[in-house]
Design a protein around this ligand. Sequence first.
Ligand SMILES: Cc1ncc(COP(=O)(O)O)c(C=O)c1O
Length: 418
Amino acid sequence: MIAGMKPSFQTAGRLEAVRYEIRGALARRARELEQQGNDVLHLNIGNPGAFGFRTPETMRRAVIRNLPFSEGYGPQAGIFPAREAVAMQFQARGLTDTRYDQVVVGNGVSELVDLTLRSLLEPEDEVLVPAPDYPLWTAAVVLNGGKAVHYQCRESDGFLPDVARIEEQITSKTRAIVVINPNNPTGAVYPEETLQALADLATRHDLIIFSDEIYDSICYEDARFVPMAPLAPETLCVSFGGLSKVYRACGWRVGWAVFTGALERAEDYMLAVEKLAALRLSANVPGQWAVQTALGGYQSIADLVGRDGRLFESRQAVIEACERSRFLELVKPMGAMYAFPSVRTEVFGDFDDHRFAAELLEHKHILIVPGSSFNIPERNHFRITLLPEAEQLTEAFERIDDLLEELADEPQRIRAVK
Ligand SMILES: Cc1ncc(COP(=O)(O)O)c(C=O)c1O
């Protein structure tokens, strides 16, 4: 503190446990570098619009046509056509009696993650969260007074959860389990047996399942997305989806949560979620008008993820670059829009992913997210998005490999500071 100055304004202590480095200090440094005239390749965020992907034209038209009907607040749980369209998607998934009133529409999945946890948690309640995770989940548990208990999805298991081990982590305070499938950051797509085992585990221990399925239609090669809800009829399953990724409309901020399974015991809980939704009045209305158009008819995402599609090609470029590298290993992403390579530690010894990311930004002008930002104990992974064109990614991995080559001679540059 400078003499004579008043102390800084206070910051809530609970934020100390919150990590969101995807847009954190490294991203701020990237902005500074850009302001100095450097080009920085941003591989840190899965923001389709930033890489030239467009929202399907039919959806844009649906919003434009309905703009005149979007000026007032909407209903707190979402407009009827959007809720009904999501309910119909769940009917098509085998839950034939799903009704619109089981669907809550929010300002992206992000808001609904917060609302559903805030409606649930008492202090010290535990929620099982995958590690690595999309860090919003851990943050939202902590900010709502709960404790995130991480279950490890190990690289050596193809980043799949080990259900027997998860069972050992359940205590009398465990309230819910989070499943992210297809997974961000690993790209793992869970087989039906794994999902069924998770559903059975949750049912046995009376846990709510929060199934984050925002990447549901982004699967590569023979990977197949299996929705959780039909596998868990006897406990409460809350499935999350939205327009951000599959429909490339993340700026519109539209997501949904669908409540299925043991609804007869979930009435109070669903009312609590709706009460919180009412406190924020309504979600953005214009984007909601595109939900029905998005979910019905031709699904343009299939062209992007199928063989020769843009996302398929970008993923291929990353797989091949990792195969060529003597430093990197990769579990092939089978879904979503990220790759989560690891650096072979035998070459570097004590590798520090944050220092590596900082070196890569300073010297090669590439912004990545260090793996430990996704709440894992290992410090030799990083996440990149598959959204740039294949050539850009090939070039980026050449620069990554150049840096690793330099660091192999000077490993002290990326050793953990003790
Ligand atoms: C797994 C996962 N869940 C939720 C979200 C947030 O999505 P939304 O844009 O709907 O808030 C993201 C965004 O990257 C994500 O990767």
